[in-house]
Design a protein around this ligand. Sequence first.
Ligand SMILES: [Zn+2]
Length: 179
Amino acid sequence: MSRKIINRRAFLQNATLASLSLRGIAARAEGSQTRSLSFVHTHTGERVSETYFDNNGYVTESLGRINRLLRDFRTDDIHAIDVRVLDILHDLQTLTGHEAPYEIISGYRSPKTNAALRRSSAGVAEHSFHMQGRAIDVRLSGYATSRLHELALTLRRGGVGFYPRSDFVHLDSGPVRFW
Ligand SMILES: [Zn+2]
């Protein structure tokens, strides 16, 4: 057997493997490409259910409706929410295996609201991320918040804070840290 033939066989095998694995990746992408989230806001009672990511990427109209729900409900100021926060929420919900809306305690906070909150409570270093649309305070309807917190820690993406007395988890797209 000549060296040439061996090489050709090896090439064909590699090409077949490459094509199979590409097809596998494409199939996985087709199956899992969409990302959806449902929210109910605890202060306004508003609800949205959106597929905010599909085969074409992030869906601008859906993000708009999500941004609106996650606005500063005290001032009605709207700010774009970092899609990484939405992806954290999406992946966290997948880990729970629990289909239910996220209950929103706090999303975006305007400088005015943040200043007011700082006056009324101490230790609000985390709030800067809320002011950048990069943080969210949530619980998952019908799911233990302590368990949600544990799963959020396993993601190792951004900041994770647990507030058991108020029954919510703070999540942000900042550096990995926890409290
Ligand atoms: Zn927070």
